[in-house]
Write a new protein. Structure first.
Length: 541
């Protein structure tokens, strides 16, 4: 057993070097997004001598890693543009469903004229049947600190190439020389994308209607920025105590909204903010149902909250995607079984998103002791203890301690995840996953704590680890391992590991808040661009 394990770890060491060469954010569809491999994968669109692109090596100046790109241009430059052509098939994007929401992001700094605009742009098949051009508008003028820009788009996996542009908008070039610096370029699935059109009622009632409308229920859109939760408008539902259906609905086209681009059974979250002035028993809730007018199925609600709510409060409802359905109807509802008096409910900021709060691990914070965790090749020189110490834990009350002797071969704590029962089979091959854990260490200076993943460890082991952290780590630090979903695998083993090639002395490491999710912890996601509107045919009863 130990021999096989050591062979597996030696394979990992080789794969690790390859994995890390991609730079920060390995689980992305961009080649060399951190410019650690110089200009590999990048070129100029319509190169000209007035534009000079140079990869600078300076870890103190880079956003992450040790290198970043500088694009310097003269006052006569025409196209200040760096491009990468992402091969849809080779990159793995073709493994995602058509219509999947993508987020293109990059960090930048700028020393330019006040009206010169640095921006992100993208286009499909630029050298053939070019289509889908989009840009994020960008930002004008100087930007001395690293700042992230992002652009939301929809995947066309029937295209051959997606061209990404790091660009100074040619219409804003002011006859002045300048420089722009770029780093950490990524294309990712966008888990923050809102599939609901007109979620904040800024377009009045567009997309919204009543289920079983009746004259004693009046829905109006109020324009009052001081009262709205976000933006300038909110929805108001006034009803009498004899009302049957106090309900606003929005029918979301599964194909038109982009939901069909997600794998079937993907975890979704329906949220909305509300206030209420109602009778005590009146229950305010969220609900959803698929194909209500043809084949109603999947009805569920979140239970709701009864009585008055004078301040904006968010409700949330979890559901699974049926991407074979035609429509998903979402409801902002006062449960008809509870209406007992006249009342008013206000709604704002409704959303349907991928539920990224879900973690595919069991007991990642060790609040249930060692449940779900074990040692790989246990031995007496390694002692795993779950400590109950709220002051010492990263979060919660408990965390794991792994104490080892310098003579031990393997100081590893791991968890086996059944792909089917965990719900990972719902995700398409190529979906980025992020294994994260918080870590402290009292170890020799060369001993490295790190994260590793293995698919099909017993039958066809494959995987890699992150670079990890060497030496003492006195305060909780987060480690991140990005990797891709492999839907052909049967199981996934994740490891909290002290690299066996570095073990030289006695030591102790601590782990807490281990998660496996769809969310990149290094990215702060801006408010997403609203999805394209879908045509809705209302049946009002």
């Amino acid at each position: 057993m130990k021999t096989n394990l050591r062979m597996m770890f030696s394979v990992i060491a080789g794969m690790l070097a390859i994995a890390l060469s991609a730079g920060p954010g390995t689980a992305a569809y961009v080649t060399n997004g951190g410019f650690e491999s110089d200009k590999t994968g990048w070129a100029q669109w319509q190169p000209e001598p007035e534009v000079v692109a140079t990869v600078l090596s300076n870890a103190g100046q880079a956003r992450e890693g040790s290198k970043f790109m500088e694009v310097a241009f003269s006052n006569t430059a025409t196209y200040v543009t760096l491009v990468q052509d992402v091969d849809i098939a080779a990159s793995g994007l073709a493994g995602l469903s058509n219509g999947a929401p993508l987020k293109y992001s990059a960090w930048y700094r700028a020393d330019v004229a006040g009206n010169e605009t640095a921006r992100l742009a993208a286009v499909y098949d630029p050298d053939g049947a070019a289509h889908g051009w989009t840009d994020n508008g960008g930002a004008a003028g100087d930007q001395p600190a690293w700042t992230q820009q992002s652009l939301n788009m929809i995947l066309d996996n029937a295209a051959s190439v997606l061209r990404l542009l790091l660009n100074v908008n040619e219409t804003t070039l002011a006859g002045a020389a300048g420089k722009v610096w770029w780093d950490d370029v990524k294309i990712e699935l966008d888990p923050s994308y809102n599939y609901l059109s007109n979620p904040s009622f800024e377009d009045d009632k567009t997309g919204w209607g009543q289920w079983e409308p009746e004259p004693i229920v009046v829905v109006s859109i109020v324009e009052d920025a001081g009262q709205a939760h976000h933006g300038s408008k909110l929805a108001k539902m006034d009803y009498l105590g004899t009302a049957l259906y106090v309900t606003m609905v929005n029918d979301v086209s599964v194909s038109g909204s982009g939901l069909a681009g997600l794998p079937n059974n993907s975890p979704l979250k329906f949220t909305a903010w509300y206030k209420a002035n109602v009778a005590g028993p009146d229950n305010i809730r969220l609900a959803a149902v698929y194909d209500p007018d043809t084949n109603p199925h999947g009805w569920a609600d979140n239970g709701g909250v009864a009585g008055n709510q004078p301040v904006w409060t968010q409700q949330s409802h979890s559901l699974a995607l049926d991407n074979t359905a035609t429509n998903l109807r979402v409801l902002l509802n006062v449960s008809e079984t509870t209406v007992s008096g006249d009342g008013t409910v206000w709604w704002d900021d409704a959303k349907i998103q991928v539920n990224t709060e879900r973690t595919y691990l069991t007991n990642g914070s060790f609040e249930n002791g060692k449940l779900g965790w074990q040692q790989w090749s246990p031995e007496p020189d390694v002692v795993v203890t779950v400590l109950e110490d709220p002051a010492g834990a990263k979060d919660g009350d408990k965390y794991a301690r792994v104490a080892f002797a310098g003579t031990t071969p393997f100081a590893t704590l791991n968890q086996d995840i059944n792909m089917s029962s965990a719900g990972l089979v719902e995700l398409a091959t190529g979906t980025p996953l992020y294994l994260t854990a918080w870590y402290k260490a009292d170890v020799a200076s060369n001993e490295v704590g790190r994260l590793i993943h293995f698919y099909d460890v017993a039958s066809n082991p494959r995987g890699f680890g992150n670079a990890g952290m060497a030496g003492d780590v006195g305060a909780w630090q987060q480690q991140v391992l990005p990797f891709f979903m492999d839907s052909t695998a049967q199981d996934l083993r994740i490891l909290l590991n002290v690299d066996e090639t570095t073990l030289t002395a006695d030591g102790t490491v601590w782990w807490d808040d281990v998660e496996l999710s769809l969310t990149d912890p290094n990215i702060t996601t801006p408010t997403p661009t609203p999805p394209p509107s879908a045509i809705r045919n209302w049946t009002l009863y």
